[in-house]
Design a protein around this ligand. Structure first.
Ligand code: ZN
Length: 293
């Protein structure tokens, strides 16, 4: 995937009206975001501001990635876009001056309204069945939102595939030192994107620079019953027992490839029978794990 003159040649291009005038940047970070919405073209137009025919004068990004992998570039990578807000990472502040911002189409979290009913940040209601049709979701708590558990729609394979290609090309073209979530750089403590459904670590792995302290990290599984496989690929034979891991199973990551982690089971959820799971090793999808320590 070729970048020429700070643009991907293969993507649609239009310049957002919401860029710092004449400020040139040399990006060293990639910040991943979700759009909080259901329409990719709508997000693109919004982030282009006047140029997109919308009244938004405050935010932009460099790339917008739709559910089907369609990607629009709305700023050259050497222009300062407005996506990070008040932010800090690795000794740098005001990360718009240092980062490529990628907005990924995703509704963001939905709060529970009742049995099998959820509501997004704009008041749109979705049933569990509708969310499953949309591409599935995981449930996970989040301290910044409040007590309880929330629905986090999954990213599509098409999005993750194009994002991996984009990330690799950016690493090849710029002196990228880290890939971060908006949540972890936001100094106000408001942001939750791109959320626990986004496999950030697999993108960091593209740098050959996994998070320090990763060896001691403890993760919890977030799917109600997560397939526990003998190899890191869809359809690989299950490790039996236990076959599947119940939600809340604690694991340690021993190694990782894109989308898959080879883990050891440290503890099973309270009330569950261990079912021969303790100490067993196998592969799980990184979509369904949340780091807790
Ligand atoms: Zn964001």
């Amino acid at each position: 995937m070729a970048i020429k003159n700070h643009r991907f040649e293969e993507f649609w291009y239009g310049t957002s009206s919401n860029l710092s005038r004449s400020v040139r940047i040399d990006p060293t970070l990639i910040v991943m975001h979700y759009t909080t919405g259901w329409s990719g073209a709508g997000a693109r137009d919004w982030l282009m501001g006047r140029a997109g025919g919308t009244g938004n004068t405050g935010t932009s990004a460099h790339l917008v990635v739709d559910r089907d992998g369609t990607t629009w570039q709305i700023a050259p990578f050497n222009r300062r876009a407005w996506h990070a807000g008040p932010s800090h990472h690795g000794g740098l502040s005001g990360l718009n001056s240092h980062a490529v911002g990628i907005e990924i189409l995703n509704p963001g979290y939905l709060k529970p309204l009742g049995p099998d009913l959820w509501v997004d940040g704009y008041g749109h209601r979705r049933t569990t069945a509708e969310l499953e049709d949309y591409g599935g979701f995981l449930t996970a708590p989040h301290g910044r939102i409040g007590p309880g558990s929330f629905a986090w729609p999954l990213y599509t394979p098409e999005q993750l595939t194009v994002l991996r290609r984009i990330t690799s090309a950016l690493i090849d073209s710029y002196a990228i030192t880290d890939i971060v979530s908006h949540e972890e750089i936001d100094t106000r403590g408001w942001k939750t994107d791109p959320g626990p459904a986004f496999p950030l670590e697999t993108f960091r792995d593209l740098l050959g620079q996994a998070d320090e302290g990763e060896e001691d990290a403890v993760w919890e599984t977030t799917a109600s019953r997560l397939n526990f496989r003998g190899e890191g690929r869809i359809g690989a034979e299950l490790v039996d027992p236990p076959g599947q891991l119940l939600r809340g199973t604690r694991v340690k990551v021993l190694s990782r490839v894109p989308d898959w982690a080879f883990v050891e089971v440290l503890a099973v959820p309270e009330g569950a029978e261990a079912g021969g799971a303790l100490g067993v090793t196998g592969w799980i999808s990184t979509r369904y794990m949340l780091r807790i320590a």
